[in-house]
Design a protein around this ligand. Structure first.
Ligand code: ADP
Ligand code: MG
Length: 701
């Protein structure tokens, strides 16, 4: 089909081959369609004129209107510039040009009225605008007062004369060439009516050249909805097709391993949430379909036990199971806690990561392939080619939003007889909308209950003024037999300073908590593994009262007697990190405390983070605030995956639209699973056109 939208942009006026090449290189714009999707990232409100006499620091970019009073060339050499004065009834402002001096000098006319727009600067106690946009006000032609689009740009484009003015001209020319039929509707008309959305065509026109703010919002909402709705539809369809197609091994038996663990080893009663989730998983495992399930739960909600019991089910049914974690420390921690829980049960397991090498590695790989191992626990090293199973039946993936869908899919290939079941666990809760987008193709289970007997952790925000009070408080807690974590940030970017900070902190602690009365253990990222282990052990065994550490303990130790978590420079940690760290305490019967130490001067965001920590312990709530503050682009591990690269939607600020989109997509697929009804034809066509093309999802379709 020959579409006007596929026309190269060289067919637009003023876009020759050179400029076209540059636009493609800088922005990836080659066709009309690409250009259409280059949406303005902001708008200049040209409906407002500022009074020159009332300009203030609050304005960054201003539009003024006045008569040109003076135009002259000043200075010489590199200081040479064209200077002009623009005056309105309230005052005057200087306009300056450092480039194109002669060109402007010839054209600007003293005594004429101009509309001027640009970035306001203060120089020698006077306002000025350098290189303003300037346009003469003709006798009859008042400049159109509108919202003017500002497009993504680059230095190179500007240098080649592809400035905002030309970009606007290009958009304008493009929209003049297009008509409704070039942008056919892709949403069913009943949805458009129900949601009162503008057509695609008018939405694009409004977004490039809005008539007013309200119409602009509607137009944006239309495209955001379209984008999120089609994405959800796609994910739900992937899920549906996979369910229909992907047979799964049936784990029908609850066998000896599971029973013996449950009756002999399980050291506590499962919470009702844990029981419910295990039931949900068992239903999947008995269904004959491959399980693809996301398990969410707050820090400390007991996901590990659930994973372990599901892994035992695999073994009971003659399959091997893998548990994969995003970091070596976390993987080792899992290995250790599983070994502890299962001791004496006869489960054979091994640990594998990049650091397991040589003979040992060879032996593990052999054993795995010969069915001499029930479990393998490790890092993404498990995904590698040489890792082959005898009969792989279940993969549990502990994620920190790090494993891409493509990586997940690599695990599937490790059993030629069929697809292993997959259980994905998130290390910390993620907001609903993020889960919908990242894991929208998975079924979801949530452990929404903490094990009983956990007392809320008292969280306090203190500054340097409270230092002595802090030490006094810690001394009292230690006197009562408690243990204390003190955590410092250690970030690669500022490593030297951070290490110095840590050193000084340790010194101060050693003075306030001198031996032999007190013992301090120290663990940080720069230490040798064996030293780290020794220090951790001293703390775990209760030989040390205080563990001073960098974030290495973020995911790691489980010491129920440690009831105080002090976080130094707390303002430098992200919310989910703070939440993870706080989750290290509150595991025993004692009242626990988390003390956030920070400087006095805090940015708005830091304040909000610390306030959030003080006011709530609900990991899901904290995750929501985190998403709000950081935006989806900064959520760990999602950037490179491209999964959240929407063209216009933003899942942090467009949560409502996303929820509506998901809800409607589910309803439509319920009524018409194959999208065969005539009114769904456009949807069907869309899904076919993108089959396998949604970023990051291709491999699983
Ligand atoms: P998560 O991985 O969800 O953060 P863990 O699985 O590490 O949490 O469990 C946290 C702690 O709670 C562990 O010490 C674990 O033994 C304990 N735990 C788990 N489930 C229960 C339960 N039902 N009752 C009491 N303690 C539990
Ligand atoms: Mg865990």
């Amino acid at each position: 089909m020959n579409r006007l939208l596929d026309t190269p942009i060289t067919y637009l006026p003023k876009v020759g081959p050179k400029r076209a090449q540059l636009l493609e290189k800088e922005l990836g714009v080659r066709t009309f369609e690409d250009l259409l999707w280059q949406l303005p990232y902001r708008y200049i409100d040209k409906t407002v004129f500022h009074k020159i006499g009332q300009l203030s620091e609050n304005e960054t970019e201003v539009q003024v209107r006045g008569v040109l009073r003076r135009v002259e060339v000043l200075g010489r050499g590199s200081g040479k510039r064209l200077s002009a004065t623009l005056r309105d009834s309230s005052g005057s402002i200087e306009l300056v040009w450092f480039r194109g001096i002669d060109w402007f000098k010839d054209r600007l006319m003293v005594g004429m009225e101009y509309v001027v727009y640009g970035r306001l600067q203060r120089f020698n106690n006077r306002w000025n605008i350098a290189h303003p946009e300037i346009e003469a006000v003709g006798r009859n032609t008042r400049p159109a007062a509108t919202l003017e689009p500002v497009y993504p740009s680059s230095e190179k484009l500007n240098q080649a004369g592809i400035d905002q003015k030309l970009r606007r001209q290009m958009s304008k020319a493009l929209l003049e060439k297009l008509s409704e039929k070039d942008l056919p509707e892709n949403l069913p008309s009943y949805l458009i009516e129900k949601l009162k959305l503008p057509s695609r065509f008018s939405a694009f026109r409004q977004i490039h050249f809005p008539t007013d703010t309200q119409q602009l919002r509607w137009a944006q909402a239309r495209l955001k909805f379209e984008e999120l709705f089609l994405h959800q539809l796609r994910l739900l369809q992937i899920k549906r097709i996979r369910k229909a197609r992907n047979k799964g091994f049936v784990f029908e038996k609850v066998g000896e391993y599971f029973h013996r663990f449950y009756s002999e080893k399980l050291p506590f009663e499962l919470t009702s949430a844990q029981k419910r989730v295990i039931k949900e998983i068992r239903r999947d495992l008995g269904s004959g379909r491959q399980m693809n399930r996301l398990l969410q739960g707050d820090v400390g909600s007991g996901k590990t036990i659930v994973a372990l019991m599901v892994m035992l089910l695999a073994v009971d049914n003659g399959f091997q199971a893998a548990l994969m974690a995003p970091t070596e420390i976390l993987a080792r921690q899992h290995y250790q806690s599983l070994s502890k829980y299962l001791s004496g049960l006869g489960i054979k397991m091994a640990f594998l990561s990049g650091s397991v090498k040589g003979r040992q590695r060879k032996q593990i790989l052999q054993a795995l392939q010969n069915n001499e191992l029930h479990f393998i626990i490790g890092t993404h090293a498990l995904l590698e080619e040489p890792v082959q199973f005898y009969n792989f039946g279940l993969a549990v993936i502990d994620e920190q939003h790090r494993f891409g869908v493509a990586q997940r899919a690599r695990l599937w290939k490790k059993n030629p007889k069929g697809l292993p079941h997959v259980l994905v666990m998130t290390a910390t809760p993620i907001p609903r909308t993020l889960a919908m987008t990242l894991y929208g193709d998975l079924d979801t289970s949530v452990i929404d209950e903490l094990p009983p007997g956990r007392k809320p952790i008292k969280t306090i925000h203190w500054t340097e003024h409270h230092r002595l009070r802090l030490f006094g408080f810690l001394q009292r807690e230690i006197a009562r037999g408690r243990q204390v974590y003190v955590v410092y940030p250690l970030i690669e970017k500022s490593e030297k300073l951070d290490l110095l900070n840590l050193e000084q902190g340790i010194e101060a602690m050693s003075r306030a908590f001198p031996p032999p009365k007190y013992a301090i253990a120290v663990v940080h990222g720069r230490m040798k593994a064996a030293d780290k282990e020794r220090e951790m052990q001293r703390f775990a065994k209760g030989e040390a009262d205080i563990l001073v550490a960098t974030t290495v303990i973020e995911v790691g130790v489980d010491v129920p007697n440690a009831s105080v978590m002090v976080i130094e420079n707390a303002e430098r940690f992200g919310l989910s990190q703070l939440h993870q760290l706080r989750g290290r305490v509150g595991r025993g019967a004692e009242q626990s405390f988390c003390i956030l130490m920070s400087g006095n001067k805090l940015s708005q965001d830091s304040k909000k983070r610390l306030q959030t920590m003080v006011s709530t312990q609900d990991g899901f709530k904290i995750a929501e605030v985190d998403l709000e503050l950081r935006g989806p682009g900064d959520i760990e591990g999602t950037r490179q995956s491209g999964l959240l690269d929407f063209r216009i939607a933003n899942i942090a600020s467009d949560q409502h639209i996303l929820q509506t989109a998901r809800h409607l997509a589910i309803k439509i697929l319920e009524r018409d699973p194959q999208l065969k009804k005539p009114e769904h034809l456009p949807l069907q066509q869309y899904l076919q056109s993108v089959a396998g093309k949604i970023k990051g999802w291709g491999q699983i379709s």
